[in-house]
Ligand binder design. Structure first.
Ligand code: TRP
Ligand code: SF4
Length: 333
């Protein structure tokens, strides 16, 4: 039997190259070797955005479209929407009963979130009960399928550790070895920064979307930060101090191309505008098949809907088997 993998993403809407290179491309490569479950975590979105649900449905669809475009294959992997698998909510209840309060209180991500919330104004500035339970909800996601491995970024490793702790505690309390203690599987992140040199993110307005057109991509790339000390195009440049453009070259160019860019830049034979024009073309080349596939799904929303429904039904059947066992172990009626 294949080992099981479970991972998820919040429905933040159209995804960017950071998601593609840092997360989805890793998932795509795992699909043959493992039995994969990929969840759009719409309940997780509610932990902070319970009062902004107007776009939740479309954001969920956009995430799935991006996954499909990038090569997540519904014939290999189970793609589902978290709230369409209510078994996860039931499991969340059982797990919440056995999770000591101080285990969630020491969660570092939660502390950060609480801090950010406090800096905002109006609604949603306090930490709600549901937000406190967010690491337990993520635990429920993982244990709903008794996954062996959880591909995550470094910021989520603490949550998988908590999942292991909760799984162990459940096993102890109910005198069983039913739950696997899952391992985090670090995404090998060729982390791409935003066009301004900060972390790429939707809210920073520094991202290139998977679904951006070639024209928009080309335009955005022209805004990428370069070697700030360079005034004229025949000044010798410093690729290693070229904050964004040269880093992108290293991700999207071949080794030869990167060396050519380096040489020409250092000798003052390459202007930054030309350099970025070429870079834009490289990025567009790399993304072209993906974008074509995305366009296909945009034109066939009924297929996406079908994939979501069928994936979620399949996930639900698998979850029901786990929950039947859990109910027995807890000795529910
Ligand atoms: N908590 C993750 C995040 O905010 C998303 C997530 C939800 C997840 N459920 C998961 C990740 C289960 C891995 C496994 O990024
Ligand atoms: Fe960066 Fe290219 Fe300009 Fe050199 S020529 S500083 S690599 S953008």
């Amino acid at each position: 039997m294949k080992q099981k993998i479970m991972s998820g993403m919040r429905p933040t809407g159209k995804l960017h190259l950071g998601h593609y290179l840092g997360v989805i491309d890793n998932w795509v490569k795992l699909q043959d070797e493992y039995d994969c479950y990929f969840s759009v975590a719409d309940w997780h979105a509610l932990t902070t955005k319970y009062d902004k649900t107007e776009t939740l449905r479309q954001d969920t669809i956009d995430v799935v479209m991006d996954w499909l475009a990038c090569g997540i294959d519904p014939d290999k992997s189970t793609i589902y929407v978290q709230s369409l698998v209510p078994e996860t909510a039931e499991l969340h209840i059982y797990l919440s009963m056995i999770t000591p309060q101080n285990w969630v209180e020491r969660d570092p991500t939660l502390k950060d979130m609480a801090k950010i919330l406090k800096t905002k104004e109006g609604m949603g500035t306090q930490v709600n009960y549901g937000l406190m339970g967010y690491p337990v909800l993520m635990t429920a996601d993982i244990l709903t399928f008794n996954a062996d491995l959880v591909p995550v970024g470094i910021d989520q490793v603490a949550h998988v550790e908590l999942t292991r702790d909760i799984a162990r505690r459940f096993n102890n309390i109910y005198n069983t070895d039913f739950f696997v203690e899952p391992q985090p599987k670090l995404n090998n992140c060729s982390l791409i920064c935003g066009l301004d040199g900060n972390k790429m993110g939707k809210s920073f307005n520094n991202d290139i979307k998977i679904s951006d057109t070639e024209e928009i991509t080309a335009k955005k790339v022209m805004t990428a930060i370069t070697d700030r000390s360079r005034m004229r195009k025949d000044d010798p440049g410093h690729p290693d101090e070229c904050e964004v453009a040269f880093k992108y070259w290293k991700i999207f160019g071949t080794e030869n191309e990167v060396e050519t860019v380096r040489c020409e830049c250092e000798k003052g034979l390459r202007g930054c505008a030309d350099c970025k024009r070429q870079l834009g073309k490289k990025i567009n080349e790399r993304m072209s098949d993906i974008r074509e596939r995305r366009k296909y799904y945009e034109e066939h929303p009924e297929e996406v809907e079908k994939i979501i429904r069928e994936g979620s039904e399949k996930a639900r059947k698998d979850a029901q088997k786990i929950l039947a066992e859990v109910r027995k172990l807890v000795r529910m009626y």
